[in-house]
Design a protein. Structure first.
Length: 237
């Protein structure tokens, strides 16, 4: 036999359901979930979020760490900033910035007894690496150096830890210039050489086409593009 609920109970349950629906609608309208790489988030985006909140204090922005192959359905994200070549099938992709990699290190490291005047001098220092070493190989080739000479490596699979290792003077890291620009501007990191490589990829803003129905997606997209444009203007002026 079925269970018949008292009218007061039904009314109470309906009230709870209405409240939950109200909360859901509020969250949906005023909350934006953005997937970001940990390094991009910690070393680039967070330094600029203050301007976003000044302009849009009513927005609940949730940053969710993601990889470079976002799954919007599983991750429950509205949009994502990822690194790659713009080949995410079925998604809208907008190129934000080129990723240029260059050696960086702590100025304290340069007080080492071994000079660092030319790329050949890197043989005296540990090379910090967070990948399969292809980027370092490419940079060394561009510098005209046989990479087989360089045996001292420290492999760190987390970009944030890699950057912190460079800040702490543990070696020379090959980092994306845009990601460590704040540290370069403050003098906590320096570029011993001007040579940089592109690494074959860009930072992209990606999202399902239907995401544009949500006003906050368009709002954040326009704000993020304006922040990138500011940087490009500063670099060319």
């Amino acid at each position: 036999a079925g269970l018949k609920l008292l009218p007061s109970v039904v009314s109470g349950l309906q009230g709870i359901a209405d409240s939950l629906e109200s909360i859901h609608n509020y969250d949906s309208e005023d909350t934006l979930v953005v997937g970001v790489g940990s390094s991009f988030s910690a070393n680039w985006l967070v330094h600029r979020l203050g301007t976003f909140y000044q302009q849009y204090p009513e927005v609940n922005l949730h940053l969710k760490i993601t990889n470079n192959d976002p799954d919007f359905a599983a991750d429950e994200t509205d949009m994502a900033v990822v690194w790659g070549k713009g080949d995410w099938e079925g998604l809208m992709c907008e190129q934000l910035m080129v990723v240029e990699f260059t050696p960086v290190c702590s100025p304290e490291l340069l007080k080492n007894s071994q000079p660092l005047r030319t790329p050949e001098d890197l043989i005296h220092y540990p090379l910090l690496d967070d990948s399969d070493y292809e980027s370092w190989q490419e940079w060394l080739e561009e510098a005209g150096i046989p990479e087989r000479k360089y045996k001292r490596r420290m492999v760190i699979r987390d970009s944030n830890v890699l950057i912190n290792s460079a800040l702490d003077g543990h070696g020379i890291a090959l980092c994306a210039v845009g990601i460590v620009q704040e540290y370069l501007d403050s003098g906590r990191l320096v570029r011993p050489f001007d040579l940089s490589i592109t690494g074959g990829g860009f930072h992209f803003l990606v999202y399902p086409e239907k995401a544009l129905r949500k006003p906050l997606v368009r709002l954040f997209k326009d704000w993020l593009i304006s922040e990138v444009t500011k940087i490009e203007f500063q670099e060319t002026s």
